[in-house]
Design a binder for this molecule. Structure first.
Ligand SMILES: Nc1ncnc2c1ncn2[C@@H]1O[C@H](COP(=O)(O)OP(=O)(O)OP(=O)(O)O)[C@@H](O)[C@H]1O
Ligand SMILES: [Mg+2]
Length: 252
């Protein structure tokens, strides 16, 4: 099976800091990959390279078999190639109405270039109902994003990614600072991504959430991929132990 995403020998430095060193990684359709590792391990840098935010210093990237040209690859192109990233904090413009937020940067337009407001509102409403389960008079696409709880915002961002039919959804710390009930919602969204045959990269410090949601586990340390496991090779306890061993320098 051809991977939807393939990274070969990716490197990235910020001044004297080697944030990524020789990273090789493949991601397959219908797969949820947990990207784990201590603070500063390079997780966010890696997903930002995939999302077109950062340009790698070296290495190759293929998206559904197509080689990506690092000179022209950016966030817009990544999106057009089916990669959507949901950041914990800044993925949603908080002051905006929900419907505007959904179409930020890519409005539906009439033939003459006017924004198709009625259709955008209707679709935003559909996303709220389908992906968030929010119904009735209380939830309105015209309401500001601040009306949504943290979990609902994550859900809206994920719903947006699904509406635009992202092939790959990248989630950076989606469950941090959420209540138990909201965590449940986010994990259910990830399950939907898998069930629809799309793929997901989940960055998290919460091993229980990672173990619950993911099919495969990659542990990074100091810019390198240190360990990879399929779910059937692990228990939550052994995942915990492996992470601790790497952090304590016991695994070489
Ligand atoms: N824009 C930047 N400029 C300079 N250094 C950076 C930049 N982004 C990341 N770094 C450095 O690169 C290394 C990897 O950082 P990165 O944010 O990828 O880690 P992370 O695994 O996401 O950590 P965390 O779990 O704390 O979010 C760190 O040493 C960090 O300080
Ligand atoms: Mg990070």
């Amino acid at each position: 099976m051809q991977p939807v995403l393939e990274l070969r020998d990716i490197s990235k430095s910020f001044g004297p800091v080697d944030a990524l060193v020789g990273v090789n990684l493949s991601l397959f359709a219908g797969e949820v990959l947990a990207l784990l590792g201590d603070n500063g391990a390079g997780k966010s840098t890696l997903i930002k390279i995939i999302a077109g935010v950062h340009t790698p210093d070296g290495g190759e990237m293929r998206i559904r078999g197509r080689r990506v040209d690092p000179r022209t690859f950016d966030v817009r192109r990544a999106r057009r190639m089916g990669i959507e990233t949901v950041y914990q904090e800044r993925s949603l413009g908080e002051k905006q109405a929900i419907w505007r937020n959904v179409f930020m940067g890519r409005h539906l337009t009439h033939r003459f270039g006017f924004i198709h407001v009625a259709r955008e509102k209707a679709i935003a409403e559909q996303i709220l109902m389908q992906h968030l389960g929010l119904r009735g008079a209380g939830m309105d696409p015209r309401a500001p994003v601040t009306r949504l709880s943290g979990g609902e915002r994550q859900g809206l961002a994920i719903g947006r990614a699904m509406y635009f039919q992202a092939e790959t959804v990248i989630l950076d710390e989606p469950t941090t600072a959420l209540s138990l009930k909201e965590v449940g919602k986010v994990l259910a969204f990830i399950e939907q991504i898998r069930a629809s045959g799309k793929s997901c990269i989940l960055v998290t410090h919460n091993l229980a959430h990672a173990f619950n949601a993911a099919d495969r586990f990659v542990i990074m340390e100091k810019g390198r991929l240190r360990m990879q496991y399929a779910k059937d090779e692990l228990t939550l306890e052994s995942l915990n132990r492996n992470m601790l061993d790497i952090a304590n320098g016991l695994k070489n």
